[in-house]
Design a protein around this ligand. Structure first.
Ligand code: HEC
Length: 405
């Protein structure tokens, strides 16, 4: 039997509880705590956007620096982002998402994109602005393990010069050692100095996985703050300030011309904070790409030539056997998966002597088939097991572009 005093306590507890929650909420909402990558060439601009958004929303901005360069060649692990969001900030700025369907790292959500960026073609002024315009046999510099390494197979007229760092890749074109370079726009904008910028031009690449969106990451706990961030960005976009916040950075690029691509509407022309992570890893995280390494596909090409080309054609175009490339083979409506096709390859092929090749050959040939169907390489090698188990859908990646031509 509760005494009167107990009744009062019982009534007070929920009231106190709600009061605490409300106070907590409003204390949290008063602050916008944003992690900014200190290894990014445009960290100052990144912070500038956070400050402007906070001010617009009546919040107090605090910028939490972190080192996004990663410990090794593979860049920053994607698991770093949920950790940052759990302990240090409400938003991580400048995360790049593949415009062809990128997803946020596990345990995080992405805001609407606040900027658009991507991989660009850097050439001498008045030279080619697309890969197809480059003279036959042109050498084109790329950075190891970045998305543009994929573009050579679709453009056999050009050859790759692969460098280990973006600095070397940019220098190669600035010094005239190569006809062009393919680089990540935020890097280029931060590193083209005035002299080089006058001699070089920058054009967007109209290639698969060349267009990226920049978003802020947040965890479920910070949903409300993320919404305020989006509202703030919208307001800045409407009144033209976002464009200005992004633009100085284009000018720092030394007056390099940034052409507007025809196919992709740029939300804002300049790009955003630098390479938080190796872009190939961000692609890999989409789950349907980055399934194999460049090396595997290269080796697979030779294996394919000697074991499969006689029936499937040297360019996978089909002869006695069906085509292994294109919209008919990798048809979205067929709802076929990488594992399904690998089962056929490893158990039934080559047709005259099914299942007789070493596992490694089957894996490399599969990598080559994926590459030829527009899947980008990544940093993790395909294995016999992962190929068999893969539930990644088999869909020709250049389907829409080629079909519309
Ligand atoms: C002697 C001819 C021949 C050789 C050599 C051969 N294939 Fe085939 N392949 C075929 C024929 C014919 C079919 C279609 C009939 C079938 O599905 O059983 C086929 C089907 C396939 C399919 C299924 C295609 C689809 O659309 O479902 C794949 C994948 C494939 N081959 C891959 C390979 C690979 C990889 C090699 C080399 C390791 C290879 N084939 C070697 C004749 C050949």
């Amino acid at each position: 039997m509760p005494t009167p005093i107990n009744r009062i306590v019982l009534r007070l507890i929920p009231a106190a509880f709600f009061a605490a929650v409300l106070t907590h909420r409003s204390a949290e909402a008063a602050e916008l705590r944003v992690c900014v990558d200190q290894s990014s060439p445009v960290k100052a601009m990144d912070a500038g956007i956070a400050q402007a958004v906070a001010k617009q929303q009546g919040l107090q901005a605090s910028i939490v620096p972190f080192d996004g360069s990663g410990d090794d060649d593979d860049g920053l692990a994607l698991s770093t982002f949920p950790k940052l969001l759990a302990s240090r900030c409400q938003l991580v700025m400048g995360f790049p998402l593949d415009a062809q369907g990128g997803v946020a790292p596990d345990g995080t959500h992405a805001t609407d994109a606040y900027a658009h960026t991507g991989f660009v073609l850097v050439t001498p002024r008045n030279a080619a602005t697309t890969l197809d315009q480059l003279p036959k046999g042109s050498e084109v510099a790329v950075t190891y393990m970045t998305t543009p390494n994929l573009y050579f197979s679709a453009h056999p007229r050009i050859t790759a010069q692969i460098f280990t760092t973006d600095d070397e890749t940019l220098k190669a074109v600035a010094h005239g050692d190569v006809a062009a370079a393919m680089l990540w726009m935020p890097y280029v904008a931060g590193h083209l100095d005035k002299t080089a910028g006058r001699k070089l031009q920058v054009s967007p690449l109209a290639e698969p996985h060349a267009q990226w969106n920049l978003v802020a990451l947040y965890s479920a706990d910070s949903e409300a703050v993320a919404q305020q961030f989006e509202q703030g960005v919208d307001a800045l976009r409407r009144d033209g300030r976002l464009q200005k916040l992004l633009m100085p950075y284009g000018e720092v690029a030394g007056g390099a011309q940034v052409a507007t691509p025809h196919k992709v509407a740029l939300r804002s022309q300049a790009s955003m904070p630098g390479r938080l992570i190796k872009v190939s890893d961000a692609v890999a995280h989409n789950g349907d790409v980055g399934l194999y390494t460049v090396q595997q596909a290269e080796t697979g090409r030779a294996t394919f030539r000697s074991n499969c080309a006689i029936c499937h054609g040297p360019d996978l175009e089909g002869r006695a056997g069906p085509a292994l490339k294109g919209a008919t083979f990798a048809n979205p409506e067929a709802n076929f998966h990488v594992g399904d096709i690998f089962k056929i390859v490893s158990e039934n092929m080559p047709a005259p002597a099914p299942g007789t090749l070493p596992h490694e050959d089957y894996v490399n040939v599969m990598a080559y088939i994926l590459q030829q169907n527009g899947y980008p390489a990544g940093s993790t090698a395909l294995t016999f097991d992962s190929a068999l188990k893969s539930t990644v859908r088999l869909v020709y990646r250049e389907h829409t572009q080629q079909a519309s031509n």
